[in-house]
Design a binder for this molecule. Structure first.
Ligand SMILES: Nc1nc2c(c(=O)[nH]1)N[C@H]1C(S)=C(S)[C@@H](COP(=O)(O)O)O[C@H]1N2
Ligand SMILES: [Mo]
Length: 225
């Protein structure tokens, strides 16, 4: 294993034990630290968009490929959720409030073929992450457009991000550009780079055990809101 891989460095991180108040103990997964702030983490630069040409493309195992403009997405029924989020770099943030289109409501517009069992979220900057379709059907899975009552900030994924609160937050792709339905599972960016394919924080599914080198040490350069 390369000593500079991100997965290896997170494994070595020395996190002081923080007392978690009893009222929230069952909401904080093992090895996580609760923060009030909102860390900003991503690969590459915050993208800029011309919303007159922006689109969300839906493709793969679908009867018909579709593209949605932002206006079309804004016209869909919206849902508000409050959820806890957990990043593999060990921060958790409780009671985050999001608004957007429930993924399963969005799916009413898409004719997914029966063999489309897995989803790849395609995002900027060439970020991708994979989630089984079944994991996206729940009450808390949003194509989110706003956070805390305001439109998403560019750093947190404006115009559109996924929120999958029951998995480590790298599955919650910011700046989504495409949703691909797949017959077989395929690994995304972090899944290929030493992180667990499933990523359940309560099971502490952080690493796959196969770490390969990554040049950037993102949590050291961490920015917060
Ligand atoms: N497009 C894109 N989405 C991304 C990432 C990224 O690098 N690019 N990083 C992921 C990771 S590792 C985390 S922890 C969250 C961070 O979201 P935040 O910056 O809003 O806290 O975004 C996820 N979504
Ligand atoms: Mo992360």
């Amino acid at each position: 294993m390369h000593k500079d891989s991100k997965a290896e460095r997170i494994k070595r991180m020395n996190i002081p034990a923080v007392e978690v108040p009893e009222e929230i103990a069952d909401r904080v997964p093992p090895g996580q630290v609760v923060t009030e702030r909102f860390p900003i983490l991503h690969e590459g630069e915050v993208p800029k968009y011309d919303m007159s040409t922006w689109s969300l493309r839906v493709f793969g195992e679908v009867a018909e490929e579709k593209s949605f403009s932002y206006e079309e997405l804004l016209a869909l029924p919206r849902t508000q959720i409050v959820c806890d989020i957990h990043c593999v770099t060990r921060w958790s943030k409780l009671d985050t409030a999001w608004e957007g289109v429930l993924f399963r409501d969005f799916l009413k517009l898409i004719n997914v073929k029966p063999e489309g069992k897995y989803v790849m979220l395609h995002a900027d900057n060439e970020y991708e992450t994979n989630v089984p379709l079944e994991d996206l059907m729940g009450d808390h899975i949003l194509l989110a457009m706003s956070f805390d009552g305001k439109p998403l900030t560019p750093k947190h994924g404006w115009p559109l991000r996924l929120v999958v609160p029951h998995l480590y937050f790298w599955k919650s792709a910011k700046w989504i550009q495409g949703i691909e339905f797949m017959k077989e599972d395929r690994e995304g960016f972090w899944e290929r780079n030493g992180f667990h394919n499933v990523a359940d924080p309560f099971e502490e599914q952080r690493f796959s055990g196969e770490a390969i080198p990554i040049p950037e040490d993102e949590w050291v350069r961490k920015e917060f809101d």
